[in-house]
Write a protein that binds this ligand. Structure first.
Ligand code: ADP
Ligand code: MG
Length: 309
């Protein structure tokens, strides 16, 4: 049966650098077009860790080497990463669709995601980004009001907040495209974080977790499935231990208990499981699936992956 599916692509689907990304998007496009060929409507979101790191480094180098350029806000770096990843993905998807004689257009939406200016994350920035700095460089940034921390003995790094997404600004545009049968890439890198100031949207110095942004996107589009594609076929309890157990079908209640018991690592599996719980518990009949890219098709059929319902 035809489903509306939001697919969140993890680091594996995109590679770690320019060359890897060009190769990775080809197999990613094949897996996504497999689902389109089955008749499903798909909306794609993706992470941007390596890409935004690279852009941030390049921008830092520019401002350091040329006084004419002032520093580039994080929100702008996220916007650039959406364009860069979106371009490669939409190009690869278009080609794969044409190869299979499927008549569908593909577009990337530069997506802004509203965050709460009072989100507690802003008073406790935790996500290290960009290049390492010396103590002197760190002190001059701190004097400018930036948050900088010492990162595990390797030097100093800027840290930004990772607030929760509230709403997706371009949701009506995304919905119209999906409803007319087009393939949409949206909310890249968790979306460009913005804070509402009347009619103005102000870019925030933050990075939204792509797993949470994808859950918000799936809820706002009234999707049937949220598929989080990552580096493992399933989530596990007692991960890496002797009594490790890979999870298949799990209820929201069971999964919530496993989160509380600390089975999932913060910053990697935990946000995926929490995003899955958030989506699956939001309405009857919604499923979240965590699995590998090449297992997405089997996962929807209930053959593999961790399914939260
Ligand atoms: P992505 O780039 O897809 O967001 P991450 O590397 O952030 O991927 O997260 C996936 C990783 O989470 C897995 O490769 C695995 O090493 C790790 N992980 C941590 N805890 C668990 C767990 N309980 N079950 C499965 N994987 C886990
Ligand atoms: Mg990750």
């Amino acid at each position: 049966m035809k489903k509306k599916i939001v697919i969140a692509l993890g680091g594996n689907a995109l590679g770690n650098n320019l060359e890897e990304q060009m190769g990775a998007v080809k197999s990613t496009a094949r897996a996504i077009v497999d689902l389109i060929e089955e008749g499903h409507d798909v909306v794609i979101s993706h992470g941007n860790g390596p890409q935004v790191g690279m852009i941030n480094l390049a921008m830092d180098a520019l401002t350091k080497s040329n006084y004419k350029y002032s520093s580039i806000p994080m929100s702008v770096c996220v916007a650039m990463s959406q364009g860069y990843v979106g371009y490669d993905l939409q190009n690869a998807l278009r080609e794969e669709l044409l190869n299979r004689n499927i008549d569908k257009s593909v577009a990337t939406i530069v997506t802004q995601v509203e965050v709460d200016k009072d989100d507690k994350a802003f008073s406790n920035p935790t996500k290290p980004i960009g290049s390492f700095m010396t103590k002197d460089e760190a002190e001059s940034l701190i004097a400018k009001g930036e948050n900088v921390v010492e990162d595990s003995g390797r030097g100093y790094r800027r840290v930004v907040a990772s607030p929760r997404p509230k709403s997706i600004i371009e949701i009506d545009t995304i919905r119209s495209l999906v409803d007319s049968g087009q393939v949409v890439i949206a909310c890249g890198g968790g979306g460009i974080p913005v804070v509402k100031e009347g009619n103005h949207l102000k870019g925030a110095s933050a990075v939204i977790d792509k797993d949470f942004a994808s859950a918000t996107l799936a809820k706002e589009l009234d999707a049937d499935f949220l598929i989080i594609l990552t580096a493992v076929e399933k989530a596990a309890i007692n991960y890496g231990k002797e009594n490790e157990k890979w999870l298949d079908d799990v209820t929201v209640e069971e999964m919530t208990k496993y989160v509380e018991e600390g089975h999932f690592a913060p910053g990697s599996m935990k946000p995926k499981v929490e995003a899955g719980i958030e989506f699956a518990s939001s309405k009857e009949g919604r499923y979240a699936l965590i699995t590998l890219l090449e297992k997405a098709k089997d996962g929807i059929l209930g053959k593999t992956g961790t399914r939260i319902k």
